[in-house]
Design a protein around this ligand. Structure first.
Ligand code: ADP
Ligand code: MG
Length: 342
């Protein structure tokens, strides 16, 4: 197993910076989720770690050793990409063994390792099948098996589940986590699915325009995003901006939010409470309820405040007591106002 560190990585394509001074540690044996909008540099970062992309400047370390001069195949990395291609004419076992073929490993040894790794991804009896005889999820497991059969030090996964439908994806998330725990391999996982990243990762990192804007344990980043991009990209949040006074934050409609010392705060929809009568918490304002959207156990209310939309997500049962539309009270607990400093 191995820890990975990137230091001040810069990768340019023409004038654009796909990676812009990225410094980040990926802990040994951890599951690190990389998130960011399309084009933010996630794939470039994985490719730089693997050695497919040569950065203009900055360094990559695996287990403390610089790997700039280490070719791809010697870095000890296993990879699964979004469009994982299995060889259609090869059996499952042959596909998995392909990773071993170029290495000098005895046939008996090869066979045993392929069998072991197929067992690990729960495809024990499937070695003789062809890819077209497998479901999408099973093909995904073959791709995983092929990536780990070489016993890499680091596993890089670039949106490996995005080709699967939602239900299968959730199954595969659990499976992926189990395999990762079982072999304890340092894993860097790219996804555009925030829930997936929050569920699977010990640590997450958020990229935007090639820059790392925030990283840390998922709950910490979610509960205290600190910068406005992270607050609205990871989950949903309403930003409130005003003027800081001695008593708190004065919003455009004159509302004073006590205890706030930053010009901007963010509040998540699940922390927004709606009521007919004036709430006890001092963090409250009046807004116009425009729409109640039924969503099963949880519902969504859309409100207008100062020409902007405030969204509240809560138990449908609680929303039923509200009028269909018209003025209501919007409130949140003081601890749910997340200070935005960047
Ligand atoms: P992500 O994986 O987050 O969607 P990428 O790392 O693929 O983002 O791309 C980051 C930026 O670098 C994008 O603006 C993309 O257009 C650009 N880019 C990536 N690869 C190349 C390439 N081979 N040539 C030119 N531009 C590239
Ligand atoms: Mg990508």
């Amino acid at each position: 197993m191995a820890e990975v560190r990137v230091e001040h990585l810069v990768k340019k394509y023409g004038a654009a910076r796909a990676l812009d001074d990225v410094t980040l540690d990926f802990p040994d044996g951890g599951f690190f989720g990389l998130l960011g909008p399309s084009g933010s540099g996630k794939t470039t970062l994985l490719r730089a770690i693997a050695g497919f992309v040569l950065p203009e400047s900055g360094r990559v370390f695996i287990d403390g050793e610089p790997v700039e001069n280490t070719p791809v195949e010697k870095r000890g990395i296993g990879m699964v990409f979004q469009n994982y291609a299995l060889f259609p004419n090869m059996t499952v076992a042959e596909n998995v063994a392909f990773g071993l073929a170029v290495r000098k490993i005895a046939d008996a040894d090869k066979k045993r390792r392929v069998a072991e790794v197929l067992e690990l991804v729960q495809l024990g009896g499937f070695g003789a099948r062809k890819p077209h005889q497998l479901s999408g999820g099973q093909r995904q497991r073959v791709a995983m098996a092929r990536a780990i059969v070489t016993r890499p030090r680091v596993l890089l996964l670039d949106e490996p589940l995005s080709a699967l439908d939602k239900a299968l994806r959730v199954d595969m998330q659990i499976e992926l986590k189990r395999i990762q725990r079982e072999i304890g391999i340092t894993t860097i996982f790219v996804t555009h699915d925030q829930e997936e990243a929050l569920t699977l990762s010990d640590q997450i990192g958020i990229l935007k325009d090639g820059r790392l804007v925030r990283h840390g344990p998922p709950r910490e980043v979610y509960d205290d995003p600190r910068d406005s991009f992270t607050a609205t990209f990871l989950g949903d949040a309403r930003l409130f901006t005003g003027t800081v006074e001695a008593g708190g934050l004065r919003l455009a409609d004159g509302t004073l939010v006590p205890g706030v010392t930053t010009p901007t705060i963010a509040v998540r929809p699940e922390n927004i409470h709606l009521s007919r009568s004036e709430p006890a918490t001092p963090c409250h304002l009046r807004a116009m309820l425009n729409q109640k959207i039924f969503g099963g156990a949880l519902g969504t209310c859309l409100l207008d405040w100062q020409g902007e939309v405030i969204k509240a997500v809560g138990r449908d049962a609680d929303f039923r007591t509200l009028p269909e539309s018209g003025p209501v009270w919007v409130s949140w607990q003081p601890e749910h106002a997340m200070p935005i400093t960047g």
